[in-house]
Design a binder for this molecule. Structure first.
Ligand code: ADP
Ligand code: MG
Ligand code: MG
Length: 251
């Protein structure tokens, strides 16, 4: 589903390479975790997958269901079924969260050649998904992410994700700033979305999230390269011993 080959990237207009040759293959049904110390390039990778234009790919390729993803605009990537939950979700002033969700869902449906949802159908789906994630009606009436607490932002992200039914979900530091109850709610929401035809990549600095979202494969990112790949036991080992054993010292 997702194939990253020898990906090198930098911030546009900056010579310093941040990603220095990443290879990653994620198949349908799999849950991959990407772990790594601060500054290793985790968020950079998620921004590049999102198509954020301040980043520049200098070498390598990214295929999404066999298609060259680097040639797709961010909205085309979303329409093709990719969803990214960012470490710092953006605020959208002036648009009620509910309205935002409706627009996003109907855009997604249009891209799939499906008719727009009726208002009652839409309300039913939103209420059901919001209920599972402990998202209140009051929150849905407020502008998306504006004045939301850290936990509310993350729950709103997972709400969007569950309503859009993406094929590939990438979650960047979804656990940061969450207390244990919010973490459980978010993890339950993610786990509900696990399915044989959906692939997921969770990016996290801490092992804690992986107690709740159990990955099939764990990768360690260090200085822009994947330096180690293993099973879920690798996350446990990292929690115990830290990242010191995996610092990439190659130039
Ligand atoms: P992580 O998410 O693993 O903490 P990032 O992808 O945020 O890592 O950052 C990787 C490296 O790129 C860091 O050295 C960081 O300082 C640098 N970096 C990221 N974004 C920018 C930016 N907009 N301008 C300059 N440097 C950046
Ligand atoms: Mg960071
Ligand atoms: Mg980050």
């Amino acid at each position: 589903m997702l194939e990253i080959k020898n990906l090198h990237a930098r911030i546009a207009e900056d010579e310093t390479e941040i990603l220095r040759g990443i290879d990653l293959t994620v198949k349908p049904g799999e849950m991959h975790a990407i772990m790594g110390p601060n500054g290793s390039g985790k968020s950079t990778l998620s921004y590049i997958l999102a198509g954020k234009d301040d980043y520049e790919v200098t070498e390598g390729e990214i295929l999404f269901n066999g298609e060259n993803m680097l040639e797709m605009e961010p909205d085309e990537r979303a329409a093709a079924g990719m969803f990214l939950a960012f470490q710092y979700p953006i605020e959208i002033p002036g648009v009620a969260t509910m309205e935002f969700l409706k627009t996003a869902m109907n855009a997604q449906r249009k891209a799939r050649g499906e008719a727009a949802l009726s208002i009652p159908d839409f309300m039913k789906r939103v209420k059901e998904a919001a209920g599972h994630l402990n998202v209140s009606m009051d929150m849905l009436k407020r502008p998306l992410n504006v004045g939301f607490s850290g936990g509310e932002k993350k729950r709103a992200e997972i709400l969007q994700m569950s309503l859009l039914e993406p094929k590939l979900c990438v979650l960047d530091e979804t656990d940061s700033g969450l207390d244990i109850d919010a973490l459980r709610i978010v993890a339950d929401g993610v786990n509900k979305l696990r399915s044989p035809d959906r692939a997921m990549v969770v990016i996290t600095h801490y092992q804690r999230l992986l107690d709740y979202i159990v990955p099939d494969v764990v990768h360690v990112l260090s200085r822009g390269r994947i330096v180690k790949t293993g099973g879920k036991e690798l996350a446990v080992e990292l929690e115990k011993n830290g990242y010191a054993d995996y610092i990439d010292t190659a130039a």
